[in-house]
Design a protein around this ligand. Structure first.
Ligand SMILES: [Zn+2]
Length: 385
């Protein structure tokens, strides 16, 4: 007969369960009770040894019906099945536990939670949602709400996600104000995509009020104002962003240049950008400074000197590549090839990287598509990390 590793996985918790069961009886009692209850266990064990796992489960279910003390054995079996990816079996075990009338409240909640985990792992989100909702008011409420939040975020059901996050915020299970603001921003973007700009703006203002310290609502609001032909309002919003969340300014630097140029406030924007660049020599702020200098006839010739100044502070391949692009080389005929090679080498350095899971992307994400963490992308490029 071939040796199967799964025996060990099945056998260990079974041995624990049986050991625990046996320890509850002294020998004299055992002799008396042996005649009544545990036959089903040995039947189950026999099936297991013969690799008839379905029949073994049936035997254990029968054992549970005649002896309520086997709850732990059931939990062990259920968890075991889930870990092995046998979700149908795990669900069957936990549903059977739940159908029992004599289960204590604590065990009932535990079984309900285990059942929700079975559905989650199996990817049956509708059934997981239903099972998780039944855990409201139980000892597993906090965990269940977090799992529900993940389900609603994954299905982009922002109103339901907001409802759960607000309840957790009110119950002091954490500060969910930034997340609530993100949900409002997501809904605003969906409205804006359908051309409902005033409604989108109202939601962004609500997001701003919910989390005034968070940068996203101001950046999205400035974009929307610019789109509605209000560059002055957009410029003001970005000035407020520089005040409230300066670390996020690199994300809005190109928009700042655009709105400042449109409203004739380039000198003000230049001063603002240079001030923040001194504190934080960001590549995006550098690009914005160079772009504003290039747009001005008086400074167009010296704009690229900013790259050299940056290189004195940081050894940056990105800045070196950009400076070199405007240079005249002795062997000018080879410049395109050299430039292409450098740009290719510098490209991965201009990505954004999730601080939680390391996922890299060409664009900045407010929620990581890899690990679903919010605000895990710094507003800096890989080269600056
Ligand atoms: Zn991530």
């Amino acid at each position: 007969m071939e040796f199967d590793l799964s025996w060990i996985f099945l056998g260990l918790p079974l041995a624990f369960g049986l050991g625990w069961f046996a320890s509850r009886f002294d020998l004299r009692q055992m002799r008396e009770e042996n005649r009544r209850a545990p036959k089903a266990y040995f039947k189950g064990l026999n099936y297991l040894l013969n690799e008839q796992q379905d029949q073994a489960i049936d035997a254990f279910i029968e054992a549970v019906q005649s002896d309520p003390d086997t709850t732990e054995l059931h939990f062990a079996l259920g968890n075991l099945f889930r870990r092995r990816g046998e979700y149908n079996r795990a669900v069957r075990v936990h549903e059977h536990l739940l159908s029992r009338g004599d289960l204590s409240r604590a065990d009932r909640e535990r079984a309900q939670h285990a059942l929700a985990l079975d559905f989650l792992k199996a990817g049956l989100l509708d059934r997981a949602e239903d099972a998780l909702r039944r855990l409201e008011g139980s000892a597993f409420e906090g965990q269940a709400r977090m799992a529900l939040l993940a389900i609603y975020e994954r299905s982009r059901d922002w109103p339901q996600a907001s409802d759960i996050a607000r309840r957790m915020h009110d119950a002091q299970q954490g500060d969910f104000s930034t997340r609530l603001a993100h949900y409002l921003c997501e809904q605003a973007l969906a409205l804006a995509a359908h051309g409902e700009l005033p409604a989108a703006q109202a939601l962004l203002e609500q997001a701003l009020a919910t989390a005034p310290q968070a940068p996203r609502a101001r950046i999205e609001l400035a974009r929307l104002q610019q789109r509605q032909g209000q560059p002055e309002a957009a410029f003001d919003t970005l000035q407020a962003l520089a005040q409230a969340a300066p670390a996020a300014l690199p994300l809005a630097a190109p928009l700042l240049v655009e709105t400042a140029t449109a409203t004739g406030q380039a000198p003000l924007a230049q001063a603002l950008l240079q001030h923040h660049y001194e504190d934080m020599p960001s590549l995006d702020l550098l690009e914005a400074v160079v772009a504003l200098e290039a747009a001005n006839a008086d400074t167009a010739a010296v704009g690229r000197e900013w790259y050299v100044r940056h290189l004195e502070r940081e050894p940056s391949l990105v800045a070196a590549t950009k400076w070199l692009a405007g240079e005249t080389l002795t062997h000018e005929q080879f410049h395109p090839q050299i430039q292409r090679a450098l740009e290719q080498a510098a490209k991965p350095l201009t990505r954004y990287r999730c601080a939680a899971c390391g996922f890299e992307a060409r664009q900045h994400f407010w929620q990581c598509p890899g690990c679903q963490t919010w605000d895990s992308y710094p507003a800096r490029r890989v080269e600056e990390l």
